[in-house]
Design a protein around this ligand. Sequence first.
Ligand code: FAD
Length: 287
Amino acid sequence: MGSFSITNSLTNANRPTLSFEFFPPKDETGWVNLKSSIEHLQNVSPDFVSVTYGAMGSNQETSLAVVEHLVEKVPTIAHLTCIGASQSSISQLLKKYENAGVAGILALRGDLPAGLAEFPPSDYTYALDLVSQVQESTDLEIGVATFPEKHPESTSIERDIEILKMKQDAGASFGMTQLFFNVDAYTSLVNKAKLAGVTIPIVPGVMPIANAKQVLRMAQMSGASVPADLEQALLQASDDSQARAIGMDFTVKLVEELKQLGAPGIHIFTLNHHLAALELVHEAQLA
Ligand code: FAD
């Protein structure tokens, strides 16, 4: 993809970048659905996309296959988690991603998969170790996770920001947030981070509230708070289509606020579906 730089596009653009997140499908039907979603979403010319990575590399090969499918079409970021992995296996995977032509790596720790009581022995404890390895061994751009409402295991936002600064010093050049519904949490994170010397752009990740039940469940799992009036309106909706309308209306307003606040980009968690993502792009005039 030539000399495209995610970081430059986030810092220099006169409009917020538009990007989409996909996950590796579980079966053939999932692949068909994903490919069709990608085709539809390409029509709005995203600046870049990202592909998630299964807990402890559980679907490594499929993540790589999705990345390979995307890289020729659009600059692609591969998510990569390090917990449970060896340095040599990560090193091999980094080479594969480099050969595939990825634009960057989102360097993550990963979470304990359901059913495991503790992390197995690993060469890594924190994502910071992976950031350093990617920086030392590749020319790829490095992104890291950020948490507007604090990482669930962290003692405070301030501690998260100290760690973010360490990741910046180790080579990370952009941050991407966990899903959130409270714009003040994002603003506060960005402002506190700036005061602490964090200069890298922090891209908000936005989950369109199309399937309210699913999104409420994901919010609970990730520790994102849901405004009480939104939750009440979603739960009291007469049917799924009314809940969808309420949820999408809220999401469009959230994105409009983020744009007004000068967010460097909007990264949409598509869940491999194009309809809600496209609706959001059009309603919030992201393309
Ligand atoms: P870390 O930076 O290692 O932080 C984990 C915890 O350890 C935090 O509480 C932090 O405060 C603490 N900590 C970190 N460094 C230090 C240190 N040096 N000393 C002491 N304490 C420290 N998961 C997947 O499995 N696949 C994905 O594709 C994926 N994509 C994601 C995309 C985004 C945008 C986000 C926000 C998350 C994603 N995750 C993904 C989830 C992520 O793996 C988890 O949130 C994980 O719990 C934390 O990852 P991290 O990279 O922030 O970890």
